[in-house]
Design a protein around this ligand. Structure first.
Ligand SMILES: Nc1nc2c(ncn2[C@@H]2O[C@H](COP(=O)(O)OP(=O)(O)OP(=O)(O)O)[C@@H](O)[C@H]2O)c(=O)[nH]1
Ligand SMILES: [Mg+2]
Length: 394
């Protein structure tokens, strides 16, 4: 089930102080919420074979939402007021009504105004892709570190959006009558909004401090490891590529492997060995996705430092994904963003046991230095160990 954060109003989360969830305040009974997905398709959408709404649907499923419909409009730019054009909005309202959907999820980013206008006209809660990803993260956060980071990202997302409710609040609060109160007179709605903002900022400051402490602790651990001269390898890659499965295969660890997006949020470090017995540490961390919300990148800096500071980045690719190359590009984009651009990188083409031969051949010629492996069958794992040893020796 999605968090109350996704289903309720934004105020619910701030007043309960429970943005990142451990189940608190989440609707616990009844059917999973039904949702309609919303996307825009620019004219020149060629090049990427995957339908972006397929990924949005996977994210929604991971979040416990049942997708009951899709609506795509061909247009270059979202309508500033309603995201879709007005004719399409009416169509969307009809679809929502027909399917009994409680939720509309847009693939792009929505402004507070777009959310409000769409909600008014469609009669369902409207959220964007970033809100959905944040909700998936909130549900998968286990450690206190992970929860603090997710909550930080959620609040950073919410803070500028509280504005959007300002007018609605003062309308409800009856602070102004038409033409009555002049500029500078604040209705009770605005006062409440100011109180909420202050509350949010205080909580953000507190969480930042907490996250920084974790970052400092991780830094100390890394320095200790480095002084022991054990080289470090960080697993990275698109979410669900098989990073955790590969960690288990290479080190005999037993971390959670799941056919779900963002199953892993907390870093795990294990010791592994090259074919001639040389030790190295292998770190499993959070996966990436296209348009990873910048609030998450910011909040997860401490976690991502594990990748930035590693001697070698082991980039795991799901070779059975139809858009594997686009995923590689997306992952490299995030690596760039976090400052790991010029890091030595070794590509592992994973899931070769299920990758169609044609695709695999395409990937091999695009990435001639990549090693083909299967975390499930163990195929190619000794080659991968040898490739890691060679890369570390350089
Ligand atoms: N057939 C096959 N499935 C694999 C292989 N490696 C991983 N999987 C499956 O792919 C799914 C994702 O694996 P994980 O190891 O959890 O992937 P991850 O990259 O850690 O994903 P997140 O932590 O969610 O970002 C699971 O269902 C695995 O069983 C492989 O080599 N072959
Ligand atoms: Mg994982």
């Amino acid at each position: 089930m999605p968090g109350a954060w996704l289903l309720g109003s934004a105020q619910d989360a701030t007043t309960t102080g429970r943005a990142a969830g451990d189940g608190g305040g989440r609707p616990s009974d009844g059917e999973p919420p039904r949702a309609v997905l919303l996307g825009l398709r620019p004219q020149d959408a060629g090049g990427d074979p995957a339908d972006p709404l397929d990924e949005l649907e996977r994210l929604a499923q991971t979040d416990g939402v049942t997708v009951v419909g899709r609506m795509v409009q061909a247009r270059e730019r979202p309508d500033p007021a309603t995201y879709l054009g007005s004719g399409k909005v009416a169509e969307l309202a009809a679809l929502v009504d027909e399917e009994g959907a409680a939720l509309v999820i847009a693939d792009g980013d929505l402004s507070p105004g777009q959310v409000r206008n769409l909600e008014d006209r469609v009669g369902a809660r409207v959220v964007d892709r970033t809100a959905l990803i944040l909700d998936v993260f909130a549900q998968h956060a286990r450690s206190s570190e992970g929860r603090a980071q997710v909550e930080l990202a959620q609040l950073a997302y919410q803070l500028p959006r509280l504005q959007g409710q300002g007018t609605a609040l003062s309308r409800i609060g009856g602070g102004r009558t038409a033409g009555g109160a002049g500029a500078g007179v604040r209705g009770p709605g605005e006062q409440r909004l100011e109180t909420q903002r202050r509350h949010l900022r205080r909580r953000i400051t507190l969480l930042r401090r907490q996250v920084q402490q974790t970052a400092a602790r991780r830094q100390r651990t890394r320095i200790r490891r480095r002084s022991a001269r054990v080289p470090s390898v960080a697993l990275t890659g698109y979410t669900n590529a098989g990073k955790s499965a590969l960690l288990n295969r290479l080190t005999g660890a037993d971390v959670l492997v799941q056919d779900a997006l963002f199953a892993t949020l907390d870093p795990t470090v294990r010791q592994a060995r090259t074919p001639d017995g040389g030790p190295f540490t292998l770190t499993d961390t959070v996966g990436f996705v296209r348009h990873l919300p910048h609030q998450l990148v910011d909040a997860f800096r401490a976690t991502l430092e594990e990748v930035v500071e590693a001697d070698l980045v082991l980039h795991v690719v799901d070779a059975s994904a139809p858009d594997a190359m686009a995923q590689v590009t997306a992952v490299r984009g995030v690596l760039h963003e976090i400052g790991a651009r010029d890091h030595p990188e070794l590509l592992a083409l994973n899931k070769v046991d299920v990758a169609p031969d044609g695709w695999l051949a395409g990937l091999r010629s695009a990435y001639p230095d990549a090693v083909a492996v299967s975390a499930v069958t163990g195929e190619g794992i000794e080659d991968l160990r040898a490739a890691i040893a060679r890369a570390l020796a350089r």
